[in-house]
Write a protein that binds this ligand. Structure first.
Ligand code: HEM
Length: 73
């Protein structure tokens, strides 16, 4: 699987993980303590790893947009 394929899979997974954080974070008392630990705390760890992977895979774009040398005239 090349970079593009990984990103194509990773991006929707990132979106789902993010929605999971919002929904479980706002669930109040409707989730048991154990379910919250698994879904919200566990989700946070997986989300963090997915974000780091996403930034690494988009490293070239980030460098090109923010760190490219400009031609001074
Ligand atoms: C990117 C989004 C989020 C991430 C990465 C995240 C991550 C975390 C983590 C790691 C904890 C566990 C802290 C601990 O060790 O006790 C936590 C707890 C919690 N989060 Fe989130 N969270 C996110 C979004 C939200 C949102 C949107 C809400 C609610 C609006 C929320 C509500 C809570 C609550 C109520 C707790 C329990 C706090 C406590 O220990 O009493 N979170 N979150």
């Amino acid at each position: 699987m090349n970079r593009q394929h990984v990103l194509k899979l990773l991006n929707p997974v990132l979106a789902l993980l993010f929605v999971n954080q919002i929904v479980t974070g706002m669930s109040g008392t409707s989730l048991s303590h154990e379910a919250f630990e698994i879904l919200h705390k566990g989700g946070a760890i997986i989300l963090s790893l997915a974000v780091v992977t996403h930034v690494i895979l988009n490293g070239n774009w980030i460098k090109a947009q923010y760190f490219r040398k400009r031609n001074h005239v």
